[in-house]
Design a protein around this ligand. Structure first.
Ligand code: SF4
Ligand code: SF4
Length: 442
């Protein structure tokens, strides 16, 4: 029997994946309005190519990448552009967004798009085609995939690590992708390997998805040098650095990228969407999203067009239960709490989690008792207790320079174990925002 690899430290939160893991994904009905922010990715916001009154078809590029680290946006439904205006974004800010009145009489067929046969595209040009399709990492970070697939020339990649861990509690969209579309995941892997000019891939899957491990092993193409590696169930096993440590035994140095040690990590859902670009010509306009938690009446996995409003998702899933208390985009460890039902689903939204009152009991924040529990779980061996004290004292420069805030993944392990209920990872996230503001003022 293969041993289960993992990393040091981390936590074991309750999984709650049983709510939706066994529910096959279904296509979400098209809403009457779609809202597509120009900023759905890490990097410079895209530039709009449309104006109010324009007719757009599903799959049309409506905003183009503006700069090297940026990503294009495509219409996720056919209709007429209503306006381009500031709109509530899931990150809590107002962001320029394209609003589309969806055509109720349209068949919503994607506009045909001519794409070259991937086998005939030069290796270095494949990432350009992936960029045109607006593909970003679907594991949560939304980093443009075409940039990731073009690592610096002096940092050659020797292993593609395909991330099927899905270690956040509750979420099951990657699990369903592996069960329902293994052939797409493998085609996406082939294309990424060709783009990188390498031949070997490892798919990492946490051992709590034995059916996905079996499907991926049974469908592995014989001519592909790929291993499906079962991994210990531990949070945050799906974080890039933790996956690299578990599978390759290598550590990404502080402040460096995985490419510096020859690794490139791509999520299984990203792989499946890369495959779609070269088979049907479909750009990134939809994905499987888990809608779950004890606060939603009909949990499930849905293929949802980006830009669908949160309120439409909730209504389609039977509405909120009487004891619904909090809505989160993503999982409970790293997800973003939502206060506005008009925010749209984005490319990076893997799940909508509605917690009941029982699931999110609020507790008083108490003073630090220096128990050291946060140090014992931090996967990157930081000192969250010291960092928390510096953040509270607004000593942001020291937090960055001496306490290595830049290495913090905001994974939430420290907050999870803190007996004083100190929201450490939220303090660190807010500190980063403050440091960004200070840098702009300098
Ligand atoms: S876990 Fe909480 S109480 Fe314990 S040392 Fe860390 S911050 Fe202080
Ligand atoms: S949030 Fe940051 S400091 Fe806290 S455990 Fe995760 S990596 Fe460590």
């Amino acid at each position: 029997m293969q041993s289960l690899l993992s990393f040091k430290h981390g936590v074991h939160p309750p999984e709650h994946k049983d709510i939706t893991a066994g529910i096959a994904s279904r296509r979400f009905p098209f809403p009457d309005e779609i809202i597509l922010p120009l900023s759905q990715h890490i990097g410079t916001p895209a530039e709009s190519l449309v104006q109010a009154g324009d007719r757009v078809e599903r799959g049309d590029v409506i905003a183009q990448a503006a700069g090297f680290i940026s990503s294009s946006v495509h219409a996720t439904a056919s209709g007429v552009v209503k306006s381009i205006e500031l709109w509530p974004h899931p990150n809590g800010t107002m962001v320029p967004s394209i609003r589309i009145d969806v055509d109720p009489n349209s068949t919503q067929m994607q506009r045909p798009r001519i794409v070259p046969r991937w086998e005939e595209v030069e290796d270095e040009d494949l990432s350009g085609e992936i960029g045109k399709a607006g593909i970003v990492g679907l594991g949560g970070a939304a980093f443009p995939s075409h940039v990731k697939l073009t690592p610096p020339k002096d940092q050659p990649i020797d292993l593609l690590l395909v991330n099927g861990c899905e270690c956040e509690p509750y979420l099951t969209s990657d699990h369903r992708t592996m069960l329902e579309h293994p052939e797409k995941v493998y085609l996406g892997i082939r294309i990424a390997l060709k783009a990188l000019g390498i031949s070997r891939a490892v798919i990492g899957v946490e051992a709590n998805k034995p059916d996905a491990i079996e499907v991926m092993r049974n469908t592995a193409p014989h001519d592909l040098d790929v291993t499906v590696q079962a991994l210990q169930v531990k949070y945050p096993q799906g974080a890039e650095k933790m996956l690299i440590k578990a599978v390759m035994g290598r550590e990404v140095p502080s402040g460096a990228l995985p490419s510096s040690i020859g690794a490139l990590v791509q999520n299984v859902a990203t792989s499946a969407n890369v495959a779609a670009v070269f088979t049907t010509g479909q750009p990134l306009i939809e994905r499987i999203i888990t809608v779950t938690g004890r606060g939603i009446r009909k949990p499930g996995n849905w293929v949802i067009p980006f830009g669908t409003r949160l309120r439409d998702v909730i209504n389609q899933c039977g509405g909120l239960t009487d004891d619904a208390a909090e809505i989160v985009f993503g999982g409970p460890m790293m997800g973003l709490g939502q206060a506005n039902l008009d925010v749209p689903i984005l490319k990076a939204t893997g799940g909508v989690l509605v917690l009941s009152r029982d699931e999110c009991k609020r507790q008083d924040i108490l003073p630090c008792i220096r128990c050291g529990k946060c140090l014992e779980v931090c996967p990157v061996f930081l000192n969250p207790q010291l960092m928390g004290a510096l953040a509270k004292a607004e000593r942001f420069e020291e937090l960055a320079a001496d306490a290595n805030l830049g290495d913090c993944m905001l994974c939430g392990c420290c907050s999870y174990v803190c007996p004083s209920n100190i929201p450490l990872s939220q303090l660190f996230a807010a500190s980063r925002v403050q440091l960004g503001r200070l840098a702009k003022l300098a």
